[in-house]
Design a protein around this ligand. Structure first.
Ligand code: PGA
Length: 252
């Protein structure tokens, strides 16, 4: 499966910093035959970065970090799927643990967003992951299985290939502590089993399952070479071009 490397810039970079970083990634000579790459700038910079890519041959995809669950209307401060598409995003990250934990997003809301985004032809990265409490209580497989199944509820067979799953253990995000390659593989295999049950073996083997949580150049190789780890969703290390590009190199 072609690896998929995604940089989640979160709420970190201003306009100048975002365009500088995008420029470095655009000019890095990434071989898009061997890897798919997306970056997720903040909403206001999606279009500026998309414009930077026009006229180039790059296949760098622009992702949004979130999206409204509504498609139009009086929802002050929200951003709709058609707005994202018209600004140049082709991907949206949904259900990130920061959205779940800080902004109270539920599996039901995330599922509504997933179905809406797919209906608009956006590709989705659906994030799932357990807290440290859940891992210590040995309920991590159950938690992630439920988040995966609820997030994908009523997503039809003909749309599921627009989805990638990102397993991001909450205790590993921004902490410097990553899951071991073996732990990541064990969870990814479970997620693959759920996909198999829902969509059958052929399709489930085409769905990429990314790992996220303190991925850096130093640990990327071990994680990315696990059979069911098909890419990475990277926060902190995606803010430095050399680290992000280093991880992309390890994905091959
Ligand atoms: P991190 O963030 O790489 O900084 O741990 C990952 C994420 O939240 O997607």
């Amino acid at each position: 499966m072609k690896p998929y490397i995604v940089g989640n810039w979160k709420m970190n970079l201003d306009l100048q910093q975002s365009t500088d970083l995008a420029g470095k990634i655009l000019h890095a000579g990434i071989d898009y035959e061997s890897v798919d790459v997306a970056i997720a700038p903040a909403f206001p910079f999606i279009n500026v970065i998309k414009v930077m890519t026009t006229g180039t041959k790059t296949r760098l995809a622009i992702a949004a970090q979130n999206m409204s669950s509504e498609d139009k209307g009086a929802f002050t401060g929200e951003v709709s799927p058609s707005m994202l598409k018209s600004a140049g995003a082709s991907v949206v990250i949904l259900g990130h643990s920061e959205r779940r934990q800080i902004f109270g997003e539920t599996d039901e809301l995330i599922n509504k967003k997933v179905r809406l985004a797919l209906g608009y032809g956006l590709n989705v990265i659906l994030c799932v992951g357990e807290t440290l409490f859940e891992r210590d209580a040995q309920s991590h497989f159950e938690t992630v299985a439920a988040q995966t199944a609820k997030g994908l509820k009523d997503v039809p067979l003909d749309k599921i290939e627009q989805v990638a799953i990102a397993y991001e253990p909450v205790w590993a995000i921004g902490t410097g502590a990553n899951a071991s390659p073996a732990d990541a593989q064990a969870m990814h295999a479970r997620i693959r089993d759920i996909l198999k049950r829902l969509y059958g073996p052929v399709i489930s083997n085409k769905i990429r399952i990314l790992y996220g949580g303190s991925v850096k150049p130093e640990n990327a190789k071990g994680l990315l070479h696990q059979p069911d780890v098909n890419g990475a969703l990277i926060g902190g290390a995606s803010l430095k071009a050399e680290d992000f590009l280093g991880i992309i190199n390890y994905s091959k």
